[in-house]
Design a protein around this ligand. Structure first.
Ligand SMILES: [Zn+2]
Length: 69
């Protein structure tokens, strides 16, 4: 039984469970990507980063001052 020359260590991305090869060029290990790393850090995992109200806000302030007289 011959082993392959370089045994690649594989880990699973903690965020999305993708198999990630642990190698120096993978800067985000054990994550598969920067995005998953940020998610795990709790940066924008739960919708903090989403623009919530774009449709409902923007009240019309341009009211003519002769409305109530
Ligand atoms: Zn991932």
């Amino acid at each position: 039984m011959t082993e392959s020359r370089q045994t690649r260590l594989q880990v699973k991305c903690p965020t999305c469970q993708t198999a990630v090869v642990w190698e120096p060029k993978n800067a985000f290990r054990p994550f598969c990507s920067q995005r998953c790393k940020l998610i795990d850090l709790g940066g924008w995992a739960d919708g903090k980063y989403t623009v919530s109200d774009q449709t409902e806000s923007l009240p019309e302030i341009s009211e003519p001052d002769g409305a109530y007289r």
